[in-house]
Design a binder for this molecule. Structure first.
Ligand SMILES: Nc1nc2c(c(=O)[nH]1)N[C@H]1C(S)=C(S)[C@@H](COP(=O)(O)OP(=O)(O)OC[C@H]3O[C@@H](n4cnc5c(=O)[nH]c(N)nc54)[C@H](O)[C@@H]3O)O[C@H]1N2
Ligand SMILES: Nc1nc2c(c(=O)[nH]1)N[C@H]1C(S)=C(S)[C@@H](COP(=O)(O)OP(=O)(O)OC[C@H]3O[C@@H](n4cnc5c(=O)[nH]c(N)nc54)[C@H](O)[C@@H]3O)O[C@H]1N2
Ligand SMILES: [Mo]
Length: 751
């Protein structure tokens, strides 16, 4: 046995999945990782780990892991691949991409990613170097994850904000500047399970231990909601009405922070008028939340010395998620809970380091003026939705999948799929995505394991590295961190290395200044006045110094605006509850509520046929989306896909605990095992998304059993959000339960 060496690092993809920045200690023996444990000295997680991090050794050295580049040798979908060298793989990718660029234009190649792992940097670098403006979270209907919330905050405050749990301060809860939030309004979020969007879930629990009280907005019962002073169990997708109702109470009872509003808020009189349309009784009727609960929660939140909101993806998945996020952001704005301790902390990338360039100047310098023109004029969706053009540099997912078939205004011929499982978890209308993507001429998948997407579509597969196997850096909120390679598995390469090699081949002149990926890292780290090696020598992470990226009261100190004046980064310098940005984009400058696309109110006939509201994808801490089903320690805990059914509903449908059933609507049916539980309300059901069976046959037609278990084939689309962002129907699809008479689920799941 060799000596065990210990290295501290940060858990950012691939492996645990997640959006986190946890400090973990790797135990390495003879070049192999043998154990992982939480790093006590790291301010983010202070020594803690999650099940997926703890199972990393099983993930890294799993027998199914893809460890060499692969080339398809049979028909698409036949599952026949053979190993090739990296040189051959890069040659084939270069030829395939060049061929599309020459015949159809670079925009005919789309670059698809999943959720925000360590991918935005490498994939935009490759797409833009190649010359395509079409970088897209393909399948995510309405781009309904975080983008609607980010868009609303950008429009109202010019910056993003998250619940203040002292995460920007090195001494954390012991820092004298920080104050514990009196209330935390946990809205459509289960933080300890998901740690979403750069927020470590147990920070809320840490705050609760220090006195924070919880107000919860969630149709289900969770650990978190069971601790709430007020739990508002709303009808899924009616969050916008609830937020407007709370604003109605606060403004109706003059509970706003008058001093803050006078000095820093734009458009309060207009908001006051608008919320009159949402009296509490009406809101109670829409949301199914008792009026007294709405009033109690609104008062508690508004009267607190400081209070914060921690929200989740169901907000985005409401129809017009942007408007819902707008309404919720008005809560913290009018109560003055912004940029102050224990409120909503303005969150900026640490040390102003960004993983990829944002500004037009930087884009022109790196990729040329043509790229910027393409981004504005040819990016899919940019001409349909002003917010797609004006706010976020991604192509529009629902438009992109349709353009593959219409070819209008130009053909889509190839896809680079990196860090996403479109057919196995990301896409609503999963079968439509399957059918349309099959039409492409050339598909590359960069992943660590096979999945239904790679099996059905890939011509070339490139094997990616996990976080202990790669160099990278991270500035998503704080601290600024580097990730240093410690082990090698097979021939796997990091996403940065893969994309760098290809980008250089496809744009040799433009990228002359970079010799290796390390040159890119160091260029990006310049904003922090440091280098990768210096960061490593200092222990790998650094908290932001006083200035624009460290709280508090930055709007008063002139640190938020490019002109250095006090105020927020908006046209008026104030937090705009009546938003000039929305007006300029042609949208309602004030928040509003819209009914979900399918519901008892909007589609009563459909509701009669399918009277169950299906919530999908409330996060399990065992799995990250469609990942981890092959990891024994994790799968053992939740071996099959369940559906949560209330006892009354189980009775109505004559089904019992442990019985296999179908969830069904006009789009199809999907198998689930019944778990009778009061976690859900009667006539709501909940089930986890992302199910496929790695142990099953991967070749078509099985595709790892995906069409038996993938819930997204009965989740409809396209989104109908006015903004183009929001409205994915992942939490509001109507369905019914039907019996499986032939025992087919049992045979598939081996029970
Ligand atoms: N029904 C339903 N569907 C949903 C949701 C829901 O709530 N309900 N949520 C939606 C949301 S919010 C999102 S963001 C999407 C997410 O959807 P995706 O991000 O596509 O999620 P995954 O299914 O985990 O697919 C990720 C793939 O990338 C691979 N991978 C992981 N890390 C890396 C890496 O570092 N490099 C590379 N090259 N590959 C990597 C994994 O092995 C996996 O195959 O799903 C959406 N789908
Ligand atoms: N372990 C793990 N962690 C993850 C992920 C994962 O797959 N696994 N995915 C990551 C990603 S990409 C994301 S976007 C986040 C998502 O994580 P969160 O933002 O926490 O979202 P969910 O877990 O989908 O839902 C949170 C809660 O909202 C409730 N809910 C459902 N529908 C509604 C509704 O209409 N309104 C309201 N108010 N509440 C509703 C659910 O019952 C659930 O308890 O997690 C991230 N973290
Ligand atoms: Mo997400």
């Amino acid at each position: 046995m060799g000596k065990i060496e210990k290295f501290n690092t940060v858990v950012w993809s691939a492996g645990a999945g997640c959006h986190g920045n946890c400090g973990q200690t790797l135990h390495v023996e003879d070049g192999k990782m043998v154990k992982i444990e939480g790093d006590d000295g790291h301010p983010w997680n202070q020594g803690r780990s999650c099940p997926r991090a703890l199972a990393m050794t099983q993930y890294m050295y799993h027998e199914d892991r893809i460890t060499t580049p692969l080339k398809r040798v049979g028909e698409r979908g036949s599952g026949k691949f053979e190993p090739i060298s990296w040189e051959e793989a890069f040659d084939l990718c270069e030829d395939g991409l060049r061929d599309i660029r020459e015949k159809h234009g670079a925009e005919s190649m789309i670059f698809c990613q999943g959720t925000g792992r360590d991918i935005g940097g490498p994939i935009s670098f490759l797409a833009y170097s190649f010359g395509s403006p079409n970088w897209v979270q393909l399948g995510l209907s309405g781009q309904s994850c975080y983008t609607p919330r980010l868009g609303a905050m950008k429009a109202t405050m010019g910056d993003f904000a998250i619940a203040d749990c002292s995460q920007f301060l090195e001494k954390r809860y012991d820092d004298p500047e920080w104050k514990v939030p009196e209330y935390i309004l946990v809205w459509g979020n289960n933080p300890p399970n998901g740690c979403p969007d750069g927020f470590y879930g147990h920070w809320i629990v840490d705050c609760m231990k220090r006195g924070s009280k919880i107000l919860a907005v969630d149709p289900r019962n969770t650990w978190m909601t069971s601790r709430a002073k007020v739990h508002m169990k709303l009808r899924p997708g009616t969050d916008g009405a609830l937020a407007m109702g709370m604003l109605n109470v606060i403004l109706g009872e003059d509970l706003e922070d008058k001093e803050f509003c006078k000095k820093w808020v734009h458009g309060l009189p207009e908001l006051r008028e608008r919320v009159k349309d949402y009296p509490v009784e009406k809101v109670s009727e829409i949301t199914e939340v008792p009026a007294e609960d709405i009033i109690a929660a609104a008062r508690a939140y508004a009267k607190a010395a400081q209070a914060s909101v921690q929200w989740g993806v169901p907000v985005d998945m409401c129809p017009d998620g942007v408007a819902v996020a707008h309404a919720i952001s008005c809560l913290w704005i009018i109560t003055g809970n912004v940029d102050k301790p224990g409120g909503q902390v303005l969150a900026k990338p640490s040390h102003s380091v960004t993983t990829y360039p944002y500004s037009t100047e930087e884009l022109v310098e790196l990729y040329g003026q043509d790229m910027v023109t393409l981004l504005n004029e040819k990016r899919i969706g940019a001409n349909d939705f002003p917010m797609v053009k004006g706010f976020r540099g991604w192509a529009h997912p629902d438009k992109a999948i349709e353009q593959i078939v219409t070819g209008d205004p130009y053909p889509i011929k190839g896809a680079w799929i990196q860090t996403c499982n479109i057919l196995g978890g990301q896409a609503a209308r999963a079968k439509l995505h399957y059918k349309n993507l099959k039409k492409l001429d050339f598909v590359v998948v960069v992943d660590l394991f096979h999945n239904p997407t790679s099996m059905a579509l890939a011509d070339i597969i490139l094997p990616a590295a996990t976080f202990p196997e790669k160099n990278s850096f991270r500035s998503w909120w704080a601290p600024l961190s580097i990730i240093k390679k410690r082990v090698q598995v097979g021939e796997c390469k990091s996403d940065w290395e893969i994309n760098f090699e290809l980008a250089k081949r496809l744009n040799p002149e433009g990228l002359q200044r970079y010799g290796t990926v390390m040159d890119i890292f160091n260029e990006r780290l310049e904003a922090a006045g440091t280098t990768f090696d210096e960061m490593e020598a200092k222990g790998g992470w650094e908290m932001p110094p006083d200035g624009p990226t460290k709280p508090y009261y930055r709007h008063e100190r002139g640190l938020m605006r490019p002109d250095g004046e006090p105020g927020f980064n908006t046209p008026t310098g104030k937090a705009e509850v009546w938003s000039n940005a929305f007006k300029d984009w042609g949208h309602d400058p004030l928040p509003y509520y819209r009914e979900p696309e399918q519901s008892s109110v909007k589609t009563p006939d459909l509701f009669e046929k399918y009277p169950l509201v299906m919530i999908t994808g409330a996060r399990s801490n065992l799995f990250f989306h469609s990942e981890h089903r092959m990891i024994p320690w994790l799968r053992e805990k939740d071996p099959v896909p369940y559906v949560e059914v209330h006892p009354d509903t189980a009775k109505d449908y004559d089904v019992s605990n442990g019985e296999w059933v179908n969830l069904e609507n006009d789009m199809g049916k999907v198998k689930r095992k019944v778990r009778v539980t009061k976690k859900v309300k009667p006539h709501h059901v909940h089930t986890l998304h992302g199910w496929w069976l790695p142990e099953e046959d991967g070749a078509e037609p099985s595709l790892f059993g995906v069409w038996d278990y993938q819930i997204n084939q009965i989740v409809p689309g396209p989104q109908a959000a006015e903004h183009g962002f929001g409205g994915g129907q992942y939490k509001t699809t109507l369905c019914k339960i039907s019996k499986i008479e032939d025992g087919s689920a049992r045979s598939v799941m081996g029970e």
